[in-house]
Design a protein around this ligand. Structure first.
Ligand SMILES: CC(C)(COP(=O)([O-])OP(=O)([O-])OC[C@H]1O[C@@H](n2cnc3c(N)ncnc32)[C@H](O)[C@@H]1OP(=O)([O-])[O-])[C@@H](O)C(=O)NCCC(=O)NCCSC(=O)C[C@@](C)(O)CC(=O)[O-]
Length: 255
């Protein structure tokens, strides 16, 4: 991490630690290595007694394009699948005893939506496009489902998961998935105001509130979900859907 080829940049600046997704050419797709670096940075921020708020932001036009599909299509074992590592990262984020803010100037898809859902607060540029696009790849969003369920009701979740339809941050805000949708010129101001409002609260109370509002056995649920997702990535349908994206062609579904 923080070496020249790092995929994540970690910048502790007294009370705020910024964790930046920094693989813009891959649209910040979550590879196993990138997820490892994210978990390492998060652990540092949690362990640093000065840090009160953790901000996850990004370089490039997209916040996060979800699981790395090149790695996903090549994987033959659960432990090589980015989604399995994402399960641990989402649990880490939800269990972190400090407030986590996601700052998305660009859009998110699939596992990237899981990162937004696992954050406590989300600031997004109002036009940022979002989608639970897994179904269009012939796979299921099992890993992100438990964290999305903390923000969306079952009917809406089922619709968005079944269709993979796109929506913008303003709509996501009306659903409670995004906390604040802002114009690009107001983004920095909004981010600073959000951090300020969090710092005004007591740190022990905030840690307590995160426990109070936690999903019981979330990590166990996420691990079981990773095994479900793996079945779909390893299936013919999942392989075809994933390959079709990488080969820039429509999928050819059978059955
Ligand atoms: C994000 C936009 C709209 C940007 O759209 P754009 O800005 O037009 O960029 P692009 O599509 O030209 O992509 C730029 C480069 O990034 C690559 N790229 C891009 N995304 C990925 C990816 N995920 N994995 C690997 N590579 C990726 C893409 O292949 C391309 O590589 P190049 O052709 O230059 O060599 C577009 O790239 C896109 O639609 N990407 C796919 C998004 C997607 O479907 N994500 C879902 C992944 S599956 C998942 O997350 C499963 C999970 C974890 O949720 C399961 C679970 O919950 O259980």
């Amino acid at each position: 991490m923080d070496s020249n080829d790092a995929l994540i940049r970690y910048r502790p600046d007294r009370i705020v630690a910024s964790i930046t997704l920094d693989a813009p050419e891959r649209r910040n797709a979550l590879s196993v290595r990138m997820i490892g670096e994210l978990r390492e940075a998060l652990a540092k921020a949690v362990a640093d007694p000065e840090v009160r708020v953790i901000v996850i932001d990004h370089t490039g036009p997209v916040f996060c394009a979800g699981a790395d599909l090149k790695e996903s299509v090549a994987a033959t074992r659960l432990e090589d699948l980015p989604a399995a590592h994402l399960a641990e990262l989402l649990a880490d984020l939800c269990e972190a005893p400090k407030p986590v803010v996601a700052a998305a100037r660009g859009g998110a898809k699939g596992g990237g939506m899981g990162l937004l859902a696992a954050a406590d607060l989300v600031i997004a540029e109002y036009r940022a496009p979002m989608a639970f696009s897994e179904v269009r790849l012939g796979v299921v969003p099992a890993v992100i489902a438990p964290v999305v369920a903390r923000k969306l009701g079952p009917g809406l979740m089922r619709r968005l998961f079944l269709t993979g339809e796109s929506f913008d941050a303003v709509i996501a805000c009306s659903w409670g998935l995004v906390t604040t949708a802002v114009a690009p010129e107001s983004f920095e101001h909004q981010q600073a105001a959000t951090v300020e409002s969090l710092v005004a609260g007591g740190p022990s109370a905030q840690a307590g509130i995160k426990v109070l509002t936690a999903t019981p056995d979330l990590r166990g649920e996420l691990r079981r979900a990773a095994a479900v997702t793996a079945e779909y990535f390893f299936s013919e349908e999942g392989r075809e859907g994933t390959r079709s994206f990488l080969e820039k062609r429509p999928p050819s579904w059978v059955g």
